[in-house]
Design a binder for this molecule. Structure first.
Ligand code: HEC
Length: 243
């Protein structure tokens, strides 16, 4: 066979070198038992030792989870605890919700909770997906502001909307609600899905500023009968306004 490489032809002097041979023989072809190169063996053993150390460090089940994800989660939780210390335990009442809906920092916080937990069903900007649009004026389980945290905490539609009270704490639920009110009336791209069946309610007291004193309602379209129900601590009677 002609050779097209520069390699010197192997001289066949009829001598088999004295190097150790394996005991394989394939059609008379013998195989030298040469050792693997040192660098290869170093990598091999090195990776075994590395994996043992890695396992001990990250996965031993005794020390707290050291993974980057866990460290991140801990940092987020610590940061949240620090932030929540500022605002204390929020009550899911109208005054609190509307107050925080005015605060861009806390709205941003509510948004981040929304992005983490809700976008899969309600869409990136609450425009609606398998869950309904939450920015429009059509509500099914909600008649007044306080109903929103209630739905978030307890779920709705026979669990089609899951209950979040075991996964989110009260402050998160309140701030989620504040976020939803802050984006209420926006028309994010992708809106226009048909409303879910039975969506009929309008939150009648939604656009009333939280701090607005009783009797000074100048909202266009506000019903006169609301004058006696807008006091923030008179929440139980709110629902009456729409009747
Ligand atoms: C698994 C999908 C899913 C997830 C995740 C989800 N939702 Fe829902 N959500 C729904 C569905 C479906 C409905 C409609 C329930 C019904 O028909 O009564 C709904 C309804 C609601 C309503 C009431 C709307 C109305 O008109 O009555 C609110 C408020 C709401 N979701 C907020 C949230 C928030 C906040 C989150 C994140 C913490 C969230 N949802 C996560 C599916 C979901």
């Amino acid at each position: 066979m002609s050779t097209n490489t520069q390699q010197e032809p192997i001289k066949d002097d009829g001598q088999i070198p004295n190097d150790p041979l394996t005991d394989h023989s394939y059609d008379g072809i013998r195989e030298f038992d040469n050792p693997m190169p040192g660098w290869w063996k170093a990598l091999f053993w090195g990776s075994i030792v590395w994996s043992a150390l890695y396992w001990l460090y990250y996965e031993n089940g005794i020390t707290p989870d050291r993974s980057v994800v866990a460290a991140y989660d801990r940092a987020v939780a610590a940061n949240m605890a620090k932030q929540f210390a500022e605002i204390g335990d929020l009550k899911p009442d109208r005054a609190t919700i509307l107050k925080f809906a005015q605060d861009p920092d806390w709205v941003a916080f509510g948004k981040s909770v929304f992005q983490t937990n809700c976008v899969s069903c309600h869409g990136n900007n609450a425009e609606g997906k398998i869950g309904p649009n939450l920015t429009d004026d059509k509500w099914k389980n909600v008649k007044k502001v306080e109903d929103i945290p209630h739905v978030i905490a307890n779920g709705a539609g026979g669990n089609a909307m899951p209950a979040w009270k075991d996964k989110l704490n009260q402050n998160e639920i309140v701030l989620l609600t504040s976020y939803l009110l802050a984006i209420h009336g926006t028309v994010p791209p992708g809106t226009g899905l048909p409303p879910i069946k039975g969506e009929t309610n309008v939150i009648s007291d939604l656009d009333t500023p939280a701090e607005e004193p009783v009797g000074e309602q100048t909202q266009p379209g506000a019903e006169p009968s609301k004058a006696d129900t807008t006091k923030t601590d008179a929440a139980p009677s709110e629902g009456e306004a729409s009747k």
